[in-house]
Design a protein around this ligand. Structure first.
Ligand code: AMP
Length: 211
């Protein structure tokens, strides 16, 4: 039976990096609600215009809007998914089980990390505008400065909400809402914890052994 993965972790805890390894090495599909919302903003759709201000302030977009966007972009019968950035609160965790997974097997993975390290990680994060590859100006520099190793693109950009003042708010929102979500999965026996500061491959192997 297919088992889906639910990645839970503060912004910058390495969920996106692990997700891209699961896509390339294990044929998972990666669904990030943050990416879906950013693409609506890039398209300047009505929905994108509605959420831009909320996201720019590091606050959470409404549950109703996010679930609609998620539902419109997945097909659970065809693929094994990594849910990244969803659920963000207990209501979303319950909705995911009730309206999306509907009994399909899933494991929630918590990326445990010291919050103080995150501000440094996030302010140095850069994303390739062309292919989405993620870099860090301190720990994972591109081979040629300013150029993507994967696609050669030369637009390595900082996300609008990776500015220090917004990051502080995003981390605050995360710590205020996530404990009930972790307890929810813990009580159901579906939670695994990983040390998000371990080596990328070690984290990958640990999660991989479960699915
Ligand atoms: P992320 O890329 O996961 O860090 O998300 C970036 C921003 O998108 C967040 O700060 C929220 O404003 C919004 N967002 C992403 N996922 C959700 C979600 N599940 N519920 C509400 N807002 C979300």
């Amino acid at each position: 039976m297919k088992s889906h993965l639910i990645f839970i972790g503060a912004p910058g805890s390495g969920k996106g990096t692990q997700a891209s390894k699961f896509v390339s090495d294990r044929a998972f599909k990666h669904i990030s609600t943050g990416d879906l919302l950013r693409s609506e903003i890039a398209k300047q759709s009505a929905l994108g215009l509605e959420v831009k201000k909320v996201m720019d302030e590091g606050k959470l977009v409404s549950d109703d809007l996010v679930i609609r966007l998620l539902q419109a972009n997945i097909n659970l019968t065809e693929s094994q998914y990594i849910f990244d950035g969803y659920p963000r609160n207990i209501a979303q965790a319950e909705t995911l089980d009730r309206e999306v997974l509907k009994g399909s097997a899933s494991t929630a993975v918590y990326f445990d990390i010291n919050m103080e390290r995150l501000v440094e990680r996030l302010t140095n994060r850069r994303t390739c505008k062309t292919c989405g590859a993620i870099y860090n100006l301190i720990s994972k520099k591109p081979k040629v400065m300013g150029q993507c190793d994967q696609c050669g693109g030369t637009d390595l950009v900082q996300r609008a909400d990776d500015k220090e003042e917004v990051i502080t708010n995003r981390l605050k929102v995360f710590t205020e809402t996530i404990n009930p979500v972790l307890k929810y999965y813990q009580d159901l026996g579906r939670l695994m914890k990983v040390d998000a500061e371990a080596e990328v491959d070690a984290i990958f192997n640990k999660i991989s052994s479960k699915v």
